[in-house]
Design a protein around this ligand. Structure first.
Ligand code: BT5
Length: 324
């Protein structure tokens, strides 16, 4: 952890009293000049730090910039967020998470960026990632589950994001098979889960999550081929990104533990309850063929189960779903 984050953690742990420069320098084994320099930087970052002569410093208010120490503080998760790294700017949090996973990062490592310069969607598409408004994060997992079950993690993250949007932002978010979260039909979140595995063993999975929280209409690219939205555009209320991300990480942690312990059923039930196409007539364009039928559920490998007119049930593994 950087010196700055260590100081921040000390402040967070002692909001009820002043910490003198001398005390901080002793606790962290740094010079008093270094303490002063870091306090100045934290103030520039938006932290309100009171200085009282002969008593010391005290944290009054937190900045909205997502910082590792703030995210980790009292997070009380068992796996997710064991390590958290935040960046002002990266090309893609998924790319970085894959690098750290390949270098041996522990399960639960979280990479967060304020801005992405090359945020990635599926199939080489881009994810628009302006600074200061949204959440872009990637989580490294090393689940001991069969490879065929890896898609369960996409549904797990979809449920966690939709529930967090509904709880924190009071939205009626729905999940769209396989990897989108929608509000009134407009995309508010995209998930990009990438796996590194061989034959029967998963080395790691990176859960990539991009959520539009405070994004303004003019920050969306004009050439979007479908409707997109943000929590702010839906409610007119600015979302506390830190509170949102911490709630989301706790939820993912709880659901991940549950998945490993009791299996996919509880996640599947929650996903089906949040899914806007359950028991409805749809058309799936799979590229080569189009399937029409009624959605009857989700399989353990993430396939969508669609009942055809003749009563048989077909498993859809990929394609674009349209409501009829
Ligand atoms: C996705 O792809 O929806 C997955 C997006 C995952 C983004 C996260 S952010 C953190 C992590 N690090 C990364 O580099 N990526 C992940 P897909 O279903 O292919 O949708 C991409 C399409 O969504 C684009 O082609 C645009 O049409 C549209 N789009 C781009 N930016 C958007 C935004 N901010 N909000 C809504 N739609 C967007």
């Amino acid at each position: 952890m950087s010196t700055r984050n260590k100081i921040l953690e000390l402040f967070r742990d002692h909001t009820d009293k002043y910490l003198s420069g001398q005390e901080i320098s002793r606790l962290l084994n740094i010079s008093r000049a270094a303490v002063w320099k870091q306090v100045k930087t934290l103030r520039n970052m938006g932290f309100e730090i009171e200085a009282k002569s002969s008593q010391g410093y005290r944290l009054l208010g937190a900045s909205d910039r997502l910082l590792a120490a703030e995210i980790k503080h009292d997070l009380a998760t068992s796996v997710i967020g064991n390590s958290v790294v935040t960046h002002a700017e990266v090309d893609s949090t998924n790319a970085l998470a894959k690098q750290v996973a390949e270098a041996g990062a522990d399960e639960g490592a979280v990479i967060v960026a304020d801005r992405q310069t090359a945020g990635r969607g599926r199939l080489g598409r881009c994810w628009e990632s302006p600074p200061g408004v949204n959440v872009y994060c990637s989580i490294v997992l090393r689940p001991k589950i069969p490879i065929q079950q890896a898609p369960q993690l996409t549904f797990l993250s979809a449920v966690a994001v939709a529930e967090t949007l509904n709880e924190i932002c009071n939205l009626g978010a729905e999940v769209k098979w396989p990897n989108d979260i929608l509000v009134d039909g407009a995309k508010i979140c995209g998930l990009l889960n990438e796996m590194n595995a061989e034959t029967e063993q998963i080395h790691f999975v990176v859960l990539g999550i991009g959520i539009n929280l405070n994004m303004l209409a003019e920050q969306f690219p004009s050439e979007l081929n479908y409707r997109a939205t943000s929590a702010f555009l839906e409610t007119g209320i600015v979302v506390d990104r830190l509170l949102f991300l911490r709630t989301l990480l706790k939820k993912i942690d709880a659901y991940y533990g549950e998945l490993l312990e009791v299996g996919f059923s509880p996640i599947r039930n929650r996903w089906e309850a949040l899914c806007n196409i359950m028991n409805r007539n749809i058309e799936v364009d799979g590229g080569k063929s189009v399937t029409c039928g009624t959605v009857v559920g989700l399989d353990t490998d993430g396939a969508l189960r669609v009942q055809l007119n003749d009563g048989s049930v077909q498993r859809i593994l990929a394609g674009d779903v349209r409501l009829l």
